[in-house]
Design a protein around this ligand. Structure first.
Ligand code: NAD
Length: 252
């Protein structure tokens, strides 16, 4: 079965909740060993525990993906434990909302440090291992915001950083494909995570719903088959691709 990931070694950054947690479960259920990486160790540990209850081999690692030493340490730790890295799921990302004229330099830098610098560091550290072994799958989390400007959100730094994720993915994807390393990204629409369930956000959620042809927000489960596909040999001829999963929202 070309969609199986048996004996493959994977990591997921931002794996402690939300989309990253869904990715970690999907990769593990497809047969991979999974290192759950998160800024908050307790969150990574909780997800690694969930995986182990399903019989999936997993470890929890704390790292800030914007810090080169943290990134190198997680890659070294995974290689020491399981011998290599085959699947790198670079998913950690943050979003802050402010009107563009009020966006502080601090907000801009923080957003780019996690969403783009962090991705560069992870792709490079994992990519070196993969280029050495002549095989690897990198799956970056971009966003529908890489394509459209979601209305009425104010997120200049986020949108620009996610467009950068797509171009980074395309560039690495074409540069490394003839050495066996495929680099693709997934662009989710608006995903129903804990973050958007507060009472205060409900008017905005209703507004978003009106913009989604599918008539509902995305769920983590809507993204799981895509990450397994991009991690598997079934997608070996794909690289630099932006797989958009947004219930049609970017078309309206
Ligand atoms: P989330 O906030 O629920 O989870 C993100 C996780 O990443 C958290 O566990 C957090 O602790 C961790 N994290 C934050 N900064 C980190 C850092 N510097 N180093 C390591 N880990 C860090 O977010 P989510 O909704 O699951 O989003 C995951 C990814 O999907 C992000 O890249 C986000 O931009 C993208 N995305 C989300 C949506 C959405 O609607 N939720 C839509 C499109 C794209």
């Amino acid at each position: 079965d070309r969609l199986r990931l048996d004996d493959k070694v994977a990591y997921v950054t931002g794996g402690g909740q939300g989309i990253g947690r869904a990715f970690a479960h999907a990769l593990g259920e497809a047969g991979a060993k999974v290192a759950v990486v998160d800024l908050v160790l307790e969150k990574a540990e909780a997800v690694a525990h969930e995986l182990s209850l399903k019989g999936i081999k997993s470890i929890a690692l704390a790292a800030d993906v914007s810090k080169p030493k943290d990134v190198q340490r997680i890659v070294d730790t995974i290689v020491a434990r399981w011998g290599t890295v085959d699947i790198a799921c670079n998913n950690a990302g943050i979003n802050m909302n402010s009107a563009s004229e009020d966006t502080s330099l601090e907000e801009w830098d923080k957003t780019f440090n996690v969403n783009l610098r962090g991705l560069f560091l992870c792709c490079q550290a994992a990519g070196r291992i993969m280029l050495n072994q002549g095989y690897g799958k990198i799956i970056n989390t971009a966003s529908m915001a890489s394509l459209i400007v979601p209305h009425p959100q104010k997120q200049l730094a986020y949108n620009a950083s996610k467009a950068g994720v797509v171009k980074l993915t395309q560039t690495l994807g074409t540069e490394w494909i003839d050495r066996g390393v495929k680099v693709n990204c997934i662009s989710p629409g608006i995903v129903d995570t804990a973050l958007i369930r507060s009472e205060a956000l409900q008017p905005l959620v209703r507004r978003w719903l009106a913009d989604i042809p599918a008539g509902r927000l995305a769920r983590g489960t809507d993204l799981q088959a895509a990450v397994v596909f991009l991690a598997s040999e079934a997608s070996d001829y794909m690289t630099g691709h932006n797989l958009v999963i947004e219930g049609g929202q970017s078309l309206w």
